[in-house]
Design a protein around this ligand. Structure first.
Ligand SMILES: *Cc1c(COP(=O)(O)O)cnc(C)c1O
Length: 379
């Protein structure tokens, strides 16, 4: 089935009680049973909910996986994956990644005895060299937030298989429309559904997709035991968002491409980070594993002062200054003080994330209006 058809129908079947074409919001905490343990497969809503179930089916289909699981946020989904591990186990992960993931690894899980080794994953050899007998999980993000670095998913999954470790890919930036890591050999895909999947800046949610039934059982056990489940209204919002994912992504990609090229030739702009430029260091890999290049980009001004960055950040009118990304409206963000403030400054700078880097989440407005807004703010 082609993507457009799949996204419209994924997970939703007419409701058996009324024929409602859209899955109802089953706002209930419990289900009446005929006799102890004689029921319709629903006992208690932390464990099962029909709205969530429909969404989890959709999640599986979006990533060409057998199973999907929904969590109350992207970081709750990440938290569940790390809970597969035991004290003494090691995770090899990227130096350059979402600040909240780094905070969860370094400030929460390290104290429970899980070890994290941070390498430059854009060269898979660095992962291979870091692997030890304790390595149980490889965690990568591609493209990275906010520097748009690309890691070769197929190459890393070959390393994971050869060394009997799991590979989880944070696919938030690409969305399932652009990239499907399970098809490239990953064991688990993670999404912050808050971003492109929800797509309308009105819900916080996370997703995991996988193929292995045993892995699904372990993650489902963690989901119900730890309880970071989304409510039915939030599941409904993401189910609804998914139906237009392909339409939104087409426009995000078109607008992203136009603005990336426009910014690059602007006299006040020093550097644009966008993985669709043919001279991007990993362009060939991006082209191989992604269907298009998305609507996220970052840039630096020629004027490296904080005043210049701050002036721009507060001068746009259509681009709202806000954290988050992937919604229909365009956002402008200052990673050093906002989304990535939880990474220590020295480390952030060493990873290439400067104090004055500006990140854009290009929305689906008319691109001429977006360019006019940026142009006014830059001048
Ligand atoms: C936002 C984000 C997360 C965290 O998701 P939440 O839904 O905010 O908990 C993880 N990874 C990436 C790449 C993100 O952008």
């Amino acid at each position: 089935m082609k993507i457009a058809t799949k996204y419209i129908h994924a997970g939703t079947t007419p409701d058996p009680s009324t024929g409602a074409i859209m899955t109802p919001i089953y706002q209930t905490s419990t289900y009446v049973q005929e006799a102890p343990s004689v029921n319709k497969g629903y006992e208690y809503a932390r464990s099962q909910n029909p709205t969530r179930h429909a969404l989890e089916e959709a999640y599986a289909q979006l990533e060409n996986g057998k199973f999907g699981l929904a969590f109350s946020s992207g970081v709750a989904a990440t938290d569940a994956v790390i809970k597969l591990l035991s004290p003494g186990d090691e995770v090899i992960t990227a130096k350059d990644m979402y600040g909240g993931t780094y905070r969860l690894f370094s400030k929460i899980f390290e104290k429970f005895g899980i070890q994290f080794t941070y390498v430059d994953t854009t060269d898979p050899k660095n992962i291979q060299d870091a692997i030890s007998a304790k390595t149980k999980l490889l965690w990568i993000e591609t493209p990275t937030n906010p520097l748009m670095n690309i890691t070769d998913i197929a190459a890393v999954s070959a390393i994971a298989k050869a060394n009997h470790t799991l590979l989880c890919v944070d696919n938030t930036f690409a969305s399932p429309y652009l990239q499907n890591p399970l098809d490239l050999g990953a064991d688990i895909v993670m999404h912050s559904a808050t971003k492109y999947l929800g797509g309308h800046s009105d819900v916080i949610q996370g997703a995991l997709m996988m193929n292995d039934p045993a892995l699904r059982e372990q993650l489902y056990f963690i989901q119900k035991s730890c309880g970071a489940v989304p409510g039915p209204m939030d599941c409904f919002l993401v189910l609804r968002g998914i139906k237009t994912l392909h339409l939104r992504m087409q426009r995000h990609c078109e607008n992203g491409k136009t603005i990336a090229h426009w910014l690059r030739q602007h006299p006040k702009v020093a550097k644009v980070y966008w993985c669709g430029f043919e001279d991007h260091p990993s362009y060939a890999i991006a082209k191989k594993q992604m269907r298009d290049f998305g609507g996220m980009l970052s840039f630096e001004l020629k004027d490296e002062s904080m005043e210049a960055a701050k002036k721009l950040l507060s001068s746009t009118k259509l681009f709202a200054l806000a954290e988050s990304l992937g919604g229909v409206e365009s956002l402008i963000n200052h990673p050093a003080s906002m989304t990535h403030a939880s990474i220590p400054r020295a480390q952030r700078i060493a990873n290439g994330l400067s104090d004055t880097l500006i990140r854009l989440s290009i929305g689906v407005e008319d691109v001429d209006d977006l360019i006019e807004d940026l142009n006014n703010a830059l001048n």
